[in-house]
Design a protein around this ligand. Structure first.
Ligand code: NDP
Length: 333
């Protein structure tokens, strides 16, 4: 077990903010990213918390990402609002875009928001949960650089290509899942390598194309596998098409061609979709859906996705963060 240090969520936020401001972010960008990172730590999403700060900073220091970005919205049609990220990290574009998307979703029943010219390094649940808090079904898709071999192949073409969907449950926390379409998220593989843990068989292949349980072999020239074989492979293909082809941003393979490999995220898009059950199903939608959730939760052995994070969220105690990581971040101030 690696050494950890106890920090409150507020301390985590403050350290992230300081590190980002010291490395070229303006207040708006630093605040948006520090909130993304500290809420990830609050909810127990370690791979998208402070673990990401060195990568954000590498991308600022190399000049790849604009820490002073001013994301703007373009109304393409009343139900399609494109966010132009101005070459910055995605959190500020999301914060500015979600209220506009929510308004359009409530008015038209369904609305889409392509987010372009940004650099995505975060979990997707913050944006889908925000949409659910507006009473909408939120969906989010993004791509990353290739690290996942399509089913049958041993060379990477897909990113870990996550999907998140949040379902509104007024008066309760939303039903929300957020998952990489690889067998495991790359951040988790990196953390397993750092902490000298093995990973389950079926997660990835080494550089020779042989199955491995050593996370370091996946990182050093190996590949991850899609979850669920050919089914996950098709879903990952869908994410490439939705988050790149549909919105005119880079596919994972194109992101690899244009990235400077500074350790931060590559340029890529994100597609957000908002749907209104009120408009699509009518006024009874909530009671109808709650009857379904009741059946689902009532089955022995079932837990709802998002429940682990929401439980962590209610814990107001300190978080245990990797001590070497915090030391590294302090050297970047
Ligand atoms: P997990 O496999 O840990 O979890 C996926 C989902 O399944 C979560 O919603 C989780 O809910 C839920 N879940 C887990 N166990 C159970 C269970 N026993 N019963 C019911 N539901 C369960 O996530 P991943 O490792 O696939 O992804 C981690 C993160 O990485 C995601 O937030 C994703 O957005 C992010 N990511 C970001 C990328 C980027 O480029 N920006 C790229 C790839 C991934 P809960 O959280 O409550 O456990």
């Amino acid at each position: 077990m690696a050494d950890t240090i106890e920090l409150s969520v507020a301390d985590i936020h403050e350290l992230a903010l300081k590190a980002l401001l010291a490395n070229g972010c303006d207040e708006s960008n630093a605040e948006a990213i520090a909130t993304t990172v500290s809420t990830a730590e609050r909810d127990g999403s370690e791979s998208h918390g402070m673990f990401r700060i060195p990568g954000y900073i590498s991308a600022l220091r190399s000049g790849k990402v604009n820490g002073q970005s001013n994301p703007t919205a373009e109304t393409v049609t009343p139900a399609v609002i494109r966010m132009h990220g101005d070459g910055g990290f995605t959190p500020l574009a999301i914060n500015r875009g979600v209220p506009l998307l929510a308004e359009a979703g409530k008015t038209y029943g369904i609305a889409a928001m392509p987010i372009v010219n940004t650099y995505h390094f975060a979990a997707l649940w913050p944006e889908t949960e925000q949409l659910a808090e507006h009473g909408l079904v939120g969906m989010a898709f993004t791509v990353a650089k290739p690290k996942v071999a399509p089913a049958g192949a041993s060379k990477a073409l897909f990113g870990t290509n996550p999907i998140s969907v949040a379902w509104p449950r007024p008066g309760k926390t939303p039903w929300v899942f957020d998952m990489a379409t690889s067998a495991r998220a790359l951040g988790d593989i990196m953390i397993a390598a750092r902490d000298n843990h093995t990973i389950p068989e079926g997660t990835g292949l080494d550089s020779e194309g042989s199955p491995t349980t050593d996370p370091a072999q996946i990182i050093d020239g190996g590949v991850l596998l899609p979850f669920g074989g050919h089914k996950g492979s098709a879903i990952s293909t869908m994410v490439e098409l939705l988050a790149a082809g549909l919105i005119g941003e880079q596919f994972s393979f194109e992101a690899a061609e244009t990235d400077n490999n500074d350790g931060g995220p590559a340029r890529g898009g994100e597609l957000l979709i908002a749907m209104s059950p009120e408009v699509l199903a009518g006024a009874d939608w909530q009671a109808h859906c709650e009857s379904f959730f009741e059946k689902l939760s009532g089955l022995e052995g079932v837990r709802l996705p998002g429940a682990r994070r929401h439980l962590n969220r209610g814990n107001t105690h300190v978080r245990n963060v990797n001590a070497a990581l915090i030391d590294e971040i302090k050297t970047l101030l």
